[in-house]
Design a protein around this ligand. Sequence first.
Ligand code: DGY
Length: 319
Amino acid sequence: MQKVLITRRWPAAVEQALAERYDLTIRDAPLTETQWHEALQQYDAICPCVIDRLNAEALAVERPRTKLLANYGVGYNHIDLVAAAARGISVSNTPDVLTHATADLAMTLLLMLARRAGEGERQLRQGQWHGWFPTHLMGTEVTGATLGIVGMGRIGLAMAKKAHDGFGMKILYHNRKPVDDATVVAMQAEYCADLPSLLRRADFVSLHCPGGKQNRHLIGRAALADMQPHAFLINTARGDVVDEQALVEALREGKLAGAGLDVYENEPAVTPSLLALDNVVLLPHLGSATTATRTAMGLRVLRNLDAFFTGRPLPDRVV
Ligand code: DGY
């Protein structure tokens, strides 16, 4: 039986399915660099997740026993792919299964921002709601507004479709290239080859591009200055796509109306000044957090493990 390590607790049903097929070890604490080295000598496959920093140092083991890092999650910017490939370690991820849960959470943030739901709830809980009045917490109309999608992959597309079909929103999108997809055509989504032309027109901007070097601080001072003062920014992608310090400054200076964040530059740390802003909605990286999705992610990992150890092609190969 192959030895497999999962680095955190998973939904019980998938832990059980894994344990039936593999010699399974479950950890529930971060690994130090030395512990990564030991684990890479000890297990045939390791299933990390977004909070595990598998950088070149952590992967620096001469002849690792581990031949597969089967990531529990779609994003893999926490794994140094070059270092993994150099050690002969394959990497897989879990696309598709978390598309709708993540897009639903982006829509949750969009609605919470527009309708000032966080502010209202805080007010009520603090005993500061003294009854209905016509100018109380007036928000922004979502129906018919313009949504700019940055990164029209699976999740971006799902978000666009929910916003368009459910809320009659006009869709703009920025991507490396136009998406030639029947859904995009049916929505009459407009391609913006350059990011500023999207930022200058969108009432809501939702980020769905990968994290890592290529998109680090894509939304920095210049991009934030391009946004409309009444516009909102939503990030369910990766924290490093947004320069958090520049975001705080832009929010204070009124360059945009608010921000909804599910991901942060230095998770789980959150830039303290964000906490003090009322026009910000902050969630603790909940994008894929439904029971059905977290179970499906585990089963997707299992599918990759099974294929790998029976000599079949990895269904979700990253490297
Ligand atoms: C993902 O799948 O990338 C989520 O952010 C959780 O890791």
